[in-house]
Design a protein around this ligand. Structure first.
Ligand code: GDP
Ligand code: IMO
Ligand code: MG
Length: 422
């Protein structure tokens, strides 16, 4: 019996989808515990590719059960579209998908509110994916929200209308006379809910705990990343959920004592979409090269991702916050061909050098870097650890020493098979 966790250690897009797909072979259940359709998890296999937003990344593996946990916020329209997309691959999603009855619903007006809130923030906008995530979690914590379990209740429509009226007032508060058209969106929303009523809507906490008691293996799949966590991320430029290992307990209803391995995944460099501080960001051709070679464009919004050198201050912080037991490095192939590879090792804040995350990362004035000799060989052709260039092994060795955590997997390309185990 084991519940393992896989989560991102940076600002998201570390390659979680790919690695969950690789690992899910060994698990009976894959469960999403937080976030919503702001996530975009890309999978590649047999020459095909797919981006998942809400369905856990175990869905392409036969026999794996995929749970959308109580900690997730779900837009029924997005979910249904995604189900139809996955069905085209011959997958029986109705069989493979389970939805917690305590998962929260994203209403059409949550998306309107997200947009209005960003407009009201002006130049301080978060750079939200505009999927309604922040407003949906506000209603959850504010004790106003609707959950999957509510869709079967006779007063569901009334509750919906009440919440919608409240949203109208809020929109007006953000932006005067904000124009939006709800008619089509509402129609689609209720139609999607009618279809989803026939799916397996379950008591997620019993589902997971009984599976564990039966000796089954469960993998909890994180969305976003540690630096986007509501408590420990670069607040306020974060998402509205607990993206860290502790979020697994509240997002699935499993006790902390049940958590076994914590796989922390990170890119060989670092990226960020949306606004907010980014100490090691590169504004030069090196940054452009990372974006082009790494194809760093958002899987959900298509926005170009901001790119920079790896940040050891942030990585060590994320390893600490999550209690990472195993590191997984992705996109190592993208770093081939640079004369030198750098990592940030300390920050200068208020004139003082520190190796800790400051209260506000925007206060970082300068980054102290360590430079490593680069390597030219194409890593995507390598199949074993021994074949990897010595310079890359030195880079890995440094990361392991600094984080005191082993790197157990090395991803060398987007495909399921492009993976090296240690
Ligand atoms: P996620 O949100 O963490 O699942 O990551 P995304 O799917 O948003 O972004 C990761 C991108 O990198 C996707 O386009 C993946 O197909 C791709 N990818 C994953 N691992 C690797 C890798 O090791 N090398 C390369 N070149 N691409 C990768
Ligand atoms: P995955 O799971 C990268 C970012 C947005 C924005 C901030 C808040 O694919 O790694 P939100 O829509 O949550 O209100 O946006 O968080 N963001 C992500 N960045 N990967 C993601 O998910 C993200 N989900 C949200 O760009 O800066
Ligand atoms: Mg992504």
């Amino acid at each position: 019996m084991a519940l393992d966790v896989l989560l991102g250690l940076q600002w998201g897009d570390e390659g979680k989808g790919k690695i969950v797909d690789v690992l899910s072979e060994k698990y009976d259940i894959v469960a999403r515990f937080q976030g919503g359709p702001n996530a975009g998890h890309s999978l590649e296999f047999d020459g095909k590719s797919f981006v998942l937003h809400l369905i856990p990344s175990g869905v392409f593996r036969k026999g794996v059960k995929n749970l959308i946990g109580n900690g997730v916020v779900v837009n029924p329209v997005t979910l249904l579209e995604e189900i139809r997309g996955v069905e085209k691959f011959g997958i029986d999603v109705k069989e493979a998908l389970y939805i917690s009855h305590k998962a929260h619903l994203i209403l059409p007006t949550h998306k309107v509110l997200d947009k209005a809130s960003e407009i009201a923030k002006g130049k301080n906008k978060i750079g939200s994916t505009l999927k309604g995530i922040g407003p949906a979690y506000m209603d959850k914590i504010g004790r106003n929200a609707l959950r999957f379990g509510n869709i079967f209740m006779p007063d569901f429509r009334e509750r919906y209308e009440r919440l919608k009226q409240k949203h109208f007032k809020l929109v007006e508060m953000y932006v005067k006379d904000f124009e939006f058209d709800l008619e089509e969106a509402e129609k689609e929303w209720f139609e999607a809910i009618d279809v989803l009523k026939n799916f397996k809507i379950v008591n997620g906490e019993y589902f997971v705990n009984e599976a564990l008691a039966d000796g089954k293996n469960v993998l909890a799949e994180g969305a976003q990343g540690t630096l986007l966590d509501i408590d420990f991320g670069t607040y306020p430029y974060v998402t509205s959920s607990s993206t860290i290992a502790a979020g697994v307990s509240t997002g699935l209803g499993v006790a902390p004592s049940k958590i076994n391995k914590v796989y922390g995944i990170f890119k060989a460099y670092i990226t960020r979409v949306g606004s907010g501080p980014f100490p090691t960001e590169l504004f030069d051709e090196t940054g452009d090269k990372l974006r082009q070679v790494g194809r760093e464009f958002g899987a959900t919004t298509g926005r170009p991702r901001r790119c920079g050198w790896m940040d050891m201050v942030a990585l060590k912080y994320a390893v600490m916050i999550n209690g990472v037991t195993d590191l997984i490095i992705t996109k190592s192939d993208v770093l081939s061909g640079f004369d030198a590879v750098k990592t940030g090792v300390a920050y200068k804040v208020n004139g003082e050098v520190t190796a800790q995350m400051p209260f506000d990362v925007a206060e970082v004035e300068e980054v102290v870097y360590k430079e490593f000799p680069g390597w030219k060989e194409d890593l995507s052709q390598k199949k074993t650890f021994e074949e990897l260039p010595q310079e890359f092994k030195n880079y890995l060795n440094y990361i392991e020493t600094e984080t005191k955590t082993p790197v157990s997997m090395i991803s060398t390309g987007p495909d399921r098979n492009e993976i090296i185990y240690r």
